[in-house]
Design a protein around this ligand. Structure first.
Ligand code: SER
Length: 634
């Protein structure tokens, strides 16, 4: 039985039983309590509560539909025989029309008589009951006494299996009975089968607080995955061997070579899912559904390079998806627009990816190899050796390059590195708070005047420019010291969105060569894309790092020290004021290029500064020189 035949059979079966056929609603629901449509009942929620009259809208208190659904909850399972992110759900619904008896009889009749699945292969589950709701004996009787299903094929299960309701939002809910299909009677008795149909008895309404209110009119909500049904009726071993997937899988195999079956399945699922999301109006972004789509698309793109797939899979899979589903979902015929969304995201991501991978590979090069002592410790079970990709560092890949968290996680897994998920999540939360506070500060209507008092900017664009020039100022001071000697000290600076100005102690004009050397050094550092970060510490500790500061200035007890260079680095000795003697790194590896007392803000990574250029040099009195400089951002 083809999937087209299945669709017709299902809709007609219920149409013949006074159900009105309702078409699928969009994957993006009207209902703001959920991000995506995850079940057929979602578009019918107001009918269960009696808020809206089904007779007025459908001419009937019962409906039937085939609903496009999207679930990210099973994402880890995608690639096995039965799970998908996008799928279609058959469902019949009653809003105060019929209840348990009819719902169970309909389902049984459809599965056994219409689909021809032998009764011996079926078993069902019912709600066993718990402290708050008693067991569903009514359903037991219907299955056992009316249908005649032997007791061994009826299993009682708890709330986690046989209860359906919204998680974290509000909606109708209640106990369920589920139909499973096994290979044979023995397996059915043992409970080894695949769930195909979930029948929910909506007797309650779960409110926002999570309490249950009894619904005035009990309702029916059923859901049966089309793909699993196709497995049963097409003699397939898994969902990917059904007519809903065969052309897609074949297409991917054809243009890629020797991909592992699980990867082919994941690609088939993710590309198909993305296509349906785009067709329903979702666009890639960093928020909500947009982020879900972005993650899917980016994973597909990453797999392209990770598994060395030379063909661009998305466009060819789109052709197959449009052939299989175009008649049913006409929006899929808009192939050009769907492709544009994909290409635009691909362009953005490729840029981000190559930069992000560079950073990650740098990290991999820095990690400690496992040595023989570690191995021995492991054997003895006392080993603690692990390479950890810390949250902060991982988060900067997300923030700066837009690499999805899941992807970073995968990179780590592949290299046997522990991904510090908790740390990542903490950074994420912090970042949200900071960016909220930041935008208030930036757009408060007063322009941007920073702690140092040396920066002024109006619009957001101006602020960004000023911040780049601010970081460039730190680089400039260090480069001047490296080229001209440690007598160079900052005497003042002034930045606006057009240029930076830096005054420093030095008693002659710089030669062309020196100017070039300074520029070269700065651009070299910028291209190394070093992290820029700060640490808050006591004034004593801060001085101990060897950071540059104004000797004249009075600092508070706690100061911020900005580092440009590897994390936990200390200043290179050349930048350390002679009067402080040798820096003592206390076992911390890596040396920062620049370390200065500063309130910030700065760019997060030097690459963000852009290309550095000295525009002019002049004298401003005895022993003080001035340099004007700019940055060019791509
Ligand atoms: N709402 C139930 C489910 O999604 C039945 O349709 O399983």
């Amino acid at each position: 039985m083809t999937s087209i035949e299945l669709r017709k059979k299902f809709l007609n079966f219920f149409k013949d039983r006074n159900h009105t056929v309702v078409s699928s609603s969009s994957l993006v629901p009207n209902d703001s309590s959920v991000l995506l449509t995850t079940a057929g009942m979602q578009q019918f929620k107001p009918y269960y509560t009696g808020k809206v009259d089904p007779i007025r809208d459908f001419g009937s208190k019962s409906t039937v539909s085939i609903q496009k659904c999207f679930r990210t909850s099973d994402i880890e399972e995608v690639g096995d025989d039965t799970h998908l992110s996008f799928f279609e759900m058959f469902g019949n619904f009653s809003f105060g029309d019929y209840f348990k008896k009819e719902a169970i009889h309909y389902a049984y009749k459809f599965v056994v008589e219409e689909l021809g699945i032998e009764r011996n292969r079926i078993y069902v589950t019912i709600f066993a009951g718990d402290n708050s709701v008693s067991g569903d004996e009514e359903s037991f009787k219907i299955w056992n006494e009316e249908i005649g299903l032997p007791k061994k094929q009826i299993k009682r299960r708890g709330r986690s299996d046989n209860w359906w309701g919204p998680t974290g939002s509000e909606g109708p809910c209640g106990p369920t009975t589920e139909i499973y299909v096994a290979k044979n009677l023995d397996d059915a008795r043992l409970g080894n089968g695949l769930e195909i149909w979930n029948i929910v008895f909506n007797e309650y309404y779960q409110n926002k607080k999570g309490d249950f209110d009894k619904l005035e009119i009990p309702g029916i909500d059923t859901g049966m995955g089309l793909e699993r049904l196709a497995v049963m009726t097409q003699g397939a071993n898994n969902i990917f061997e059904t007519d809903l997937f065969i052309p897609i899988i074949r297409q991917i195999k054809e243009v890629s070579n020797g991909l592992e079956p699980r990867i082919i399945r994941i690609l088939a699922d993710h590309i198909r899912s993305s296509i349906f999301l785009i067709a329903d109006g979702v666009r890639p972004s960093n928020k909500e559904t947009g982020y879900i789509l972005r993650r899917f698309l980016r994973k597909v793109i990453v797999y392209g390079s990770k598994y060395d797939i030379h063909a661009d899979l998305f466009p060819v899979v789109l052709e197959r998806v449009a052939e299989i589903f175009g008649e049913i979902y006409p929006d899929l015929k808009n192939k050009e627009e769907i492709l544009n969304v994909y290409y635009e995201e691909k362009g953005k991501f490729n840029k981000a990816l190559s930069n992000g991978l560079k950073i990650f590979n740098d990290f991999v090069l820095r990690i400690k190899p496992e040595n023989s002592i570690h191995k021995l410790q492991k054997i003895l079970g006392i080993g603690r050796f692990q390479n950890i990709f810390h949250g902060k560092e991982a988060f900067s890949l997300y923030e700066t390059y837009g690499l999805p968290k899941e992807l970073i996680q995968e990179f780590c897994e592949e290299k046997g590195i522990v991904f510090d998920e908790k740390g990542f999540d903490e950074e994420y939360k912090k970042h949200q708070e900071v960016s909220r506070a930041g935008s208030e500060k930036k757009f408060g209507g007063h322009g941007l005047v920073l702690d140092t008092g040396e920066l002024k900017a109006g619009s957001q664009e101006d602020s960004e420019k000023v911040i780049k020039l601010h970081t460039a100022t730190h680089l400039l001071q260090q480069a001047l010291r490296n080229v001209l000697g440690n007598d160079v000290k900052q005497m003042g600076s002034d930045i606006n969105s057009e240029r930076g100005r830096f005054d420093f102690s030095f008693n002659r004009k710089l030669t062309e060569e020196e100017i070039e050397k300074v520029e070269e050094e700065i651009n070299e550092i910028i291209n190394k894309d070093l992290p820029v970060y700060y640490k808050e510490m006591s004034i004593e500790e801060a001085k101990e790092t060897g950071a540059l500061y104004f000797f004249k200035e009075k600092y508070p007890n706690k100061v911020r020290v900005y580092f440009i260079g590897p994390k936990d680095g200390f200043p290179s000795t050349s930048s350390r004021p002679a009067e402080l003697g040798e820096a003592r790194p206390k076992g911390v590896a890596g040396r920062a290029y620049s370390v200065e007392f500063c309130g910030g803000p700065h760019v997060e990574n030097t690459l963000k500064v852009g290309k550095f250029k000295i525009q002019k040099q002049e004298s401003v009195g005895a022993g003080v020189r001035r340099i004007k400089f700019g940055v060019i951002t791509a």
